[in-house]
Write a new protein. Structure first.
Length: 75
């Protein structure tokens, strides 16, 4: 069985960058939920905001890489 270059880019698009994007999105939602006022201290707020900023950048990069490596039609 042989995998063509189009199929390789489709795998990278969907199974690598797409999966990273979905995981980062879910992590971002959990991070936003963790900002509930009753759970925060000043030190905890700094740590969570740094984590959200890094996560947002990772999410944006994963989204752009997913778009750039768009799934090629296999016809």
């Amino acid at each position: 069985m042989e995998v063509t270059i189009k199929e390789v880019w489709t795998i990278i698009h969907g199974m690598v960058f797409g999966a990273v994007f979905l995981l980062a999105f879910a992590g971002g939602l959990a991070g936003l939920y963790s900002l509930r006022p009753e759970w925060l201290t000043s030190a905890g707020l700094k740590e969570r905001m740094l984590r959200l900023k890094v996560g947002l950048w990772a999410l944006a990069i994963a989204a752009w890489l997913t778009v750039i490596t768009k799934a090629a039609p296999l016809h």
